[in-house]
Ligand binder design. Structure first.
Ligand code: GLA
Length: 739
């Protein structure tokens, strides 16, 4: 780890355990990008800063400044002064001008990592983290831009953010402020992104990078089901195990834009930040704007190494809950079990049976408050409905606690139904444009959280509920997107701040909740997985992956999610069949193996499922306890992708010391006349010998798959023979232990 500045050459060097990042200050004081890649021995590579390469006359303030600006690999390109590629920052002055030019002013290298105020971000102490701050300035506007870069001793990642300060006399409008940008030569790059929809989140997509713009974005007020705030550039043909991968992941939960621009000189610019659409932030004299953080990684060993860098970084430097390193309770959620049709009696009946089977927490989902008999009403009325919850919340929670179970509850704090007491009292609390009827979605409006009194109201209501009984878990949901952007609170010249202020308010609310209830286990959720992002992970160690609980659909969702998120963060439950979303019937055993790739739980009525399935629950519970340490902390390796091959899915988790490993294999489709597959394993120690076992869910025992122990080398190079089970949707767990 380390950050150095070569005074004479004017070059910054940032090292992570296996990578180096270089920037240089040009003779004309522009900050340029030089290199990001495998760690180098060489310290001075200033010769690579493309200072003299403009297509025409390479003189900055002479004849051809514009051609210079249009090809220099600018570390943080600005709008309106000749760099006609996508820029990272843009402003509008009081006089209506938009030109902005940044020159190097100074820098600072500090131990540790200052946290951006009011925003989630990776963290690190003075012993394991170092930060570079580069101060840039536009002399004409007296605008200061601070670029921050942090490196970690134990993770191959760089965390970047940007702060803009107006030192000028006049107000200035920030109309765009990306958090990261990087220029590179094109290496026949392919762009990897995650796309989806409700019940189909984070499917992996990969396309060649053509000339022009490509990317992902959201203007929905949340990170969204549709696109994920993540982009990766892969050298052509890169696989899980080889090739180069550059990634950017946004630690933010609102509108974003992740872009790749391939330009005329076959260079590629990669960027990530707040979506400039609808964004405009007014900076009065000496006011500052803090842009959220982007995590960047480089891997010279394919996607797998990128994945493991993200997992390690997030586990060590982003998730901060007391539950971070401890086992999460196995929960049962009543949503798919009862939907809105429940009462105290039903919940206690479920809890009784669940506790008998070894389940550790009951989560009461939507429908416990106000007049919430269906999803057309009552959001905002956070008062327990005692007609349904007879005896009150405390009685219910105490009864559940008596069974030895914890209790959790669902909230959708950001919403208001038109049919609610809250809306009748405060119709102006919803986000809306005056004179225009706001659009409904799931029959609800969004609360205007830019108003402090509304945030306080929601906070107080949540606290009142949480303090009234021993509630140890909250599922925080968000079931619609933002539209009709208008706030009574904001003047016309600050209306463009609404979406970002909204996200800051959500962060503030979650932070306040965690301060008040430090041991609370928070699980974020948004119509399934529409707000599964690193921003949310800072507040909640687990996030609900998707409303689609079908084991087969989950393979794709979980593969895409696990590409960048540790398994310990992925909410995954066993549900009933036919699956409520896709109608598919899969073996109960398979549903358990698939849910093991996340925070394990159930989403069904244990009192109603077939006896055979119910009897398997204690066995699955034991399986979860047995393999939890490995799944939670191990290194993740993908062996086969159902999304790619249409037949089977397989991944491994290997302990850090490589003494044990777990392979999950799902045969999605049986292929006739094909008796076995040979899987080349990954991540083992070539020199260690391993015994291979197949886990038997019925006995809870691991059974030898073959009498002899094999070298890791053999298992990785020659492979393991797996006999194909008979039938579709069949799965198995294979465990490996060093002998
Ligand atoms: C969303 C969530 C579900 C459930 C319902 C309740 O769709 O993703 O898990 O909580 O809301 O309305």
């Amino acid at each position: 780890m380390g950050i150095t500045f070569l005074e004479k050459e004017k070059v910054f060097r940032l090292d992570t355990p296996n990578t180096s990042y270089y920037m240089g200050i040009s003779d004309d004081k522009y900050l340029g990008h030089i290199y990001y890649g495998k760690k180098l021995k060489e310290t001075n590579i200033r010769y690579l800063l493309r200072e003299q390469e403009a297509p025409f006359v390479p003189s900055v303030n002479g004849r051809d400044k514009l051609s210079y600006m249009d090809c220099f690999p600018m570390e943080y390109p600005t709008h309106g002064v000749g760099d006609f590629r996508e820029d990272a920052i843009a402003v509008r002055t009081k006089g209506g001008h938009t030109a902005l030019e940044l020159h190097y002013k100074g820098h600072e290298i500090i131990k540790g990592k200052p946290m951006p105020e009011g925003l989630p971000a990776t963290f690190g102490g003075e012993d394991d983290c170092e930060t570079l701050k580069v101060y840039l300035q536009d002399e004409v506007l007296s605008l200061e831009v601070v670029l921050s870069y942090s490196v970690f001793k134990d993770a191959d990642a760089i965390a970047r953010d940007v702060k803009v300060i107006n030192h000028g006399e006049e107000e200035i409008f920030l109309t765009k402020v990306y958090s990261a940008c990087m220029d590179m030569d094109n290496k026949d790059f392919e762009l990897l992104t995650l796309h989806g929809s409700w019940a189909r989140e984070r499917h992996i997509q990969r396309n060649p990078v053509g000339c022009g713009f490509q990317g992902v974005s959201s203007v929905r007020g949340e990170s969204s089901h549709q696109h994920h705030p993540f982009v990766a550039l892969l050298s052509k043909g890169a696989t899980d195990d080889c090739g180069e991968v550059y990634s950017m992941h946004f630690v933010y939960s609102g509108n974003f834009s992740g872009l790749v621009y391939r330009g005329q000189f076959d260079n590629v610019r990669m960027m990530m930040g707040i979506n400039p659409e609808d964004f405009c932030w007014k900076l009065e004299k000496e006011e500052a704007f803090q842009a959220p953080e982007v995590v960047m990684t480089y891997s010279g060993e394919g996607l797998g190494a990128m994945t493991r860098a993200h997992h390690d970084l997030y586990r060590k430097h982003l998730i901060r809950s007391p539950y971070k390193d401890c086992k999460r309770p196995i929960l049962i959620n009543n949503w798919e079990a009862t939907y809105f049709d429940f009462n105290t009696e039903k919940l206690i009946a479920i809890a009784k049976e669940a506790s008998r089977l070894g389940i550790e927490m009951l989560v009461m989902d939507d429908g416990w408050f106000g007049n919430r008999f269906d999803d057309n009403r009552a959001l905002g009325d956070w008062f327990v409905n005692e007609e349904k919850i007879k005896g009150g919340l405390k009685y219910l929670v105490d009864e559940v606690n008596k069974l030895g179970m914890k209790f959790g509850i669902w909230f959708e704090p950001e919403m208001i139904s038109p049919d609610s007491d809250l809306y009748r009292a405060h119709p102006d609390w919803a986000i809306a444009v005056p004179g225009r009827e706001a659009g409904l979605c799931r029959c609800q409006y969004v609360l205007d959280l830019t108003r402090k009194e509304i945030v306080d109201y929601v906070f107080d209501r949540m606290c009142a509920v949480l303090e009234s009984a021993n509630v140890e878990y909250v599922k925080w949901d968000m079931n619609r997107q933002l539209a009709d952007l208008g706030s009574m609170n904001l003047p016309a010249d600050r209306m463009g701040e609404l979406s970002h202020r909204y996200v800051l308010a959500v962060y503030d609310l979650q932070e306040r909740l965690l301060q008040r209830f430090p041991n609370l286990l928070l699980e974020n959720c948004s119509g399934g997985g529409a707000r599964f992002d690193p921003g949310m992970l800072y507040y909640s160690p687990q996030i609900w992956c998707s409303d689609d609980t079908d084991a087969i659909e989950r393979l794709k969702i979980q593969e895409g999610t696990a590409l960048i998120y540790p398994l310990s963060s992925m909410g995954a439950h066993v549900s009933d069949c036919p699956n409520h979303t896709v109608g598919r019937v899969t073996p109960f055993e398979t549903r358990g193996y698939v849910a093991l790739a996340g925070t394990f739980g159930y989403e069904l009525d244990v009192t109603k499922i077939p006896e055979k399935d119910r009897n398997m629950i204690p066995k699955q519970v034991a399986m979860y306890h047995k393999y939890y340490p490995l799944v939670n902390a191990g290194d993740y390796y993908r062996l086969a992708s159902y999304q790619e091959n249409g037949l089977r899915d397989a991944y491994m988790v290997v302990s850090k010391d490589k003494k044990e490993a777990l392979l999950t294999y799902v045969q999605v489709m049986m292929r006739p006349n094909c008796h076995s597959v040979i899987m080349r394993l990954k991540g083992l120690d070539a020199e260690k010998k391993y015994k291979v076992y197949r886990f038997n869910i019925e006995s809870g025992e691991e059974e030898e798959m073959m009498p002899e122990a094999l070298y890791g080398d053999t298992l990785m190079q020659a492979g393991l023979r797996i006999e194909n089970p008979w039938g579709d949707f069949r799965a198995m767990l294979i465990s490996l232990r060093e002998v």
